[in-house]
Design a protein around this ligand. Sequence first.
Ligand code: ZN
Length: 219
Amino acid sequence: MKAALTGGSPAHVPQHTSRPAMPMLHSLPHDQSDDEKIAAIRHHFAKIMEALGLDLGDASLRDTPQRVAKMFVKEVFSGLDQRNFPAITTFPNTHGYGEMLVERNISLHTFCEHHFLPIIGKVHVAYFPGDRIVGLSKLNRIVKHYARRPQVQERLTVQIAEGMQEVLGTTDVAVYIEADHLCVAARGVEDTKSSTVTSFFGGRFKDPVERKDFLEAVQ
Ligand SMILES: [Zn+2]
């Protein structure tokens, strides 16, 4: 699916509704307002705290259910609402720049969907511009949007790549993620040394030469 991009076009929102990558969304009522979601999460998070034996009458804990609920809906999981996809305008590639554009070391903060613990790392992205280019900060915003969901690193990698492909109107996109999973470091095997690398190579990046150039640029 290619984006139909025109001069100064306003927000372009990739439609991922048919993707099997997000089965969890299908069971959620999409018409719930943020306030309704926050109220529901506040209620259930208070139950979790009670089950753990925490005293919700304590001044320090009293507002935690509301704080967590608001943080989930408005911040760390706001990317579950595709309406929050960033507004992205593309510009004509007037200089005819045709080489690889690499943006390195985009900060990654997301949450593993199996344990709801943080995944922290770096994302490197690249593309070959066609007729249109995009403001660089928009690449960060695409990464941030998909990171603001409970994730597995494999799916996050593909979603960032497909989001870029759609916005940029090209398949020539590469994504490389190196991240530490706190569910591996802080519990379970408690391995604090290991990190996880995932990558996506689309279009021209399937060529071993372009792929090598990209990997050399980001390492
Ligand atoms: Zn996990």
